[in-house]
Design a protein around this ligand. Structure first.
Ligand SMILES: O[C@H]1[C@H](O)[C@@H](O)[C@H](O)[C@@H](O)[C@H]1O
Length: 525
């Protein structure tokens, strides 16, 4: 070859075994000059093309559904707790309401764990399976004729939520160029938070329609149907393809991601592609022995780098939920009703809107500031917001904050307590903004910590940490408020934030701009 670069056909392999058995070649002998390398790195730092954005948006529909399905339940419950006389489902008791809400976290926990083995068959297949489950769940919930079938419908939809929440960030991580990985992953969280806003708006829209909960649930199936169509155009993860030996397909997908026309590629471009493929190959080669699930578990827990990856990602996922954000998300209308706000539903829409807006802010900040620094700056602000809210609660009459029955409109509002109610509104909004800027989305970027051999399993376990902590908060928050009071509950969350900050300071590495293979090397040290 005239310029010393390699042809695509040179890097084509016919199966995993061939990759594994092949001796590493001397890259330098095959690749071009230093000038080529400089050009190649400029290419790597370019803006993502429209194809990459479309790809992430199509995959991100799972995030939209995650947000929609976890948030729509609060509007649906308002109706299901006060049904019209002709309703086949009697008014849900408090216990049933909590079961219908928490069953989704339980099934999300189960399916996030199962998503590991399923995504070994292909990331796209796993996303497709989640989309089918979303549609099934939407139809089932909307047609429910009894409490039991409602619970089954919520269970089904939770299976989609859990699988989508584990697989989509992994898929995005595996196909993103290193310098765009954080940004593209944050886009998935933008979709989650957008789904939550859409759910509040649709919930509000149907709130006065008799049996409005049926269309509320059914509408969740629509984006999933669109996603199934889009999936035909989505490529498979290039890293998964390399692992399976489909080098040619992986190369052409990487070429599209980096905006390279393969038939017209210059030396620098060909060089960059071959380097990418070969560094992925090396990762696959080094861990090829992990074919069984038990060997993967052994490696995940036994190997230093993997164990660290699991601790960081699982710990961060647990912290994301235990810091109490979803308690505010799920029960904000109740809290604001206790504070005598006129329209608690609108005030809680402000929680979702702040969450969405500041996730957008972090989309801009992450590439500039980096994930580690963003977490270190934003978590103390969350603690501050919580402490100010606790201070506000401490000035309100105890009866007002421990009642679970909402606003007492017959009681004249004492102007001093209304001042503190505003202190609480502003401090919780400040807390939500700080949450959304960092811990609200960074944990979902967990897949980057795991090497290919244990990536799906590690991602699944870390995601399960999220859903189990989500369940704990959903189940205990109101009890904590009743038993310990709002002041102690908010102080407790502030203490959790402080502990989380220390954990991040000590253990969360700065991986900004590193490729996945460099992160693997960093954690194995
Ligand atoms: O990252 C998301 C996002 O922050 C959502 O708003 C929240 O409800 C989820 O629990 C979380 O995982």
């Amino acid at each position: 070859m005239p310029d010393g670069s390699i042809e695509m056909s040179d890097i084509h392999r016919d199966g995993t075994q061939a990759i594994i058995n092949e001796e590493p070649r001397d890259d330098e002998a095959l690749l071009g000059s230093d000038n080529d390398l400089e050009e190649a790195s400029k290419l790597v730092r370019g803006e993502p093309g429209i194809w990459v954005w479309l790809l992430v948006v199509s995959a991100g529909i799972s995030g939209l559904l995650f947000g929609y399905d976890t948030a729509i339940i609060s509007s649906a419950l308002l109706q299901l707790a006060n049904p019209p006389e002709s309703s086949p489902i009697p008014a849900l008791t408090v216990g049933e309401q909590s079961l219908v809400t928490s069953i989704t976290s339980i099934s999300a926990l189960i399916s996030s764990l199962c998503s590991g083995p399923v995504s070994e068959y292909g990331r796209k297949k796993a996303i497709l399976a989640a989309a089918v489950v979303f549609i099934l769940g939407a139809i089932w919930q909307s047609m429910a004729g009894s409490v039991q079938s409602l619970v089954v419908g919520r269970f089904i939809v939770g299976l989609g939520v859990g699988a989508g929440s584990a697989v989509v960030p992994m898929y995005i991580t595996e196909l993103s160029p290193a310098h765009l990985r954080s940004r593209l992953n944050t886009l998935n969280t933008v979709f989650i938070t957008l789904g939550q806003i859409v759910a509040y708006l649709i919930g509000y829209w149907y709130s006065r329609t008799p049996f409005g909960w049926r269309p509320m649930f059914l509408l969740g199936g629509l984006p999933a149907a669109i996603q199934i169509v889009l999936l035909f155009f989505l490529p498979e993860s290039p890293r998964w393809l390399v692992q399976r030996g489909y080098i040619e397909q992986a190369t052409s997908i990487l070429a599209r991601i980096y905006g390279i026309k393969q038939d017209q590629a210059n030396a620098a471009e060909r060089r960059m592609l071959s380097q990418l493929i070969r560094s992925i190959e090396r990762g696959v080669r080094s861990e090829h022995e992990l074919s069984s699930t038990s060997a993967k578990w052994k490696s995940l827990i036994g190997k230093r780098g993997n164990r660290k990856a699991l601790l960081i990602s699982g710990g961060l996922q647990g912290f994301q939920q235990l810091c109490g954000f979803n308690a505010l998300m799920y029960f904000s209308s109740l809290i604001y009703a206790m504070l005598n706000f006129k329209n608690p539903t609108l005030t809680s829409l402000s929680v979702a809107a702040t969450n969405f807006t500041f996730t957008l802010v972090s989309l801009v900040l992450i590439p500039k500031v980096g994930k580690r620094r963003l977490l270190l700056y934003s978590v103390p602000m969350m603690a501050l917001g919580l402490l100010i809210a606790a201070y506000g609660f401490s000035h309100l009459p105890t009866r007002q904050v421990s009642s679970s029955h909402g606003a007492d409109s017959s009681k004249p509002v004492d102007p001093e307590s209304s001042f503190y109610a505003y202190v609480i509104l502003f401090s919780t909004t400040f807390y939500v903004a700080s949450y959304a800027s960092g811990i609200g989305n960074v944990p979902w970027q967990q897949s980057e910590f795991f090497p290919m051999s244990v990536r799906s399993l590690g991602t699944a376990v870390a995601t399960a940490c999220n859903w189990s902590s989500n369940f704990i908060i959903g189940e205990t928050f109101l009890g904590l408020m009743e038993r310990m009071g709002a002041v102690a509950t908010f102080v407790l969350f502030a203490i959790i934030c402080t502990g989380g900050w220390v954990g991040i300071y000590l253990g969360y590495p700065d991986t900004e701009g590193m490729n996945l293979e460099e992160i693997e090397a960093l954690l194995s040290r």
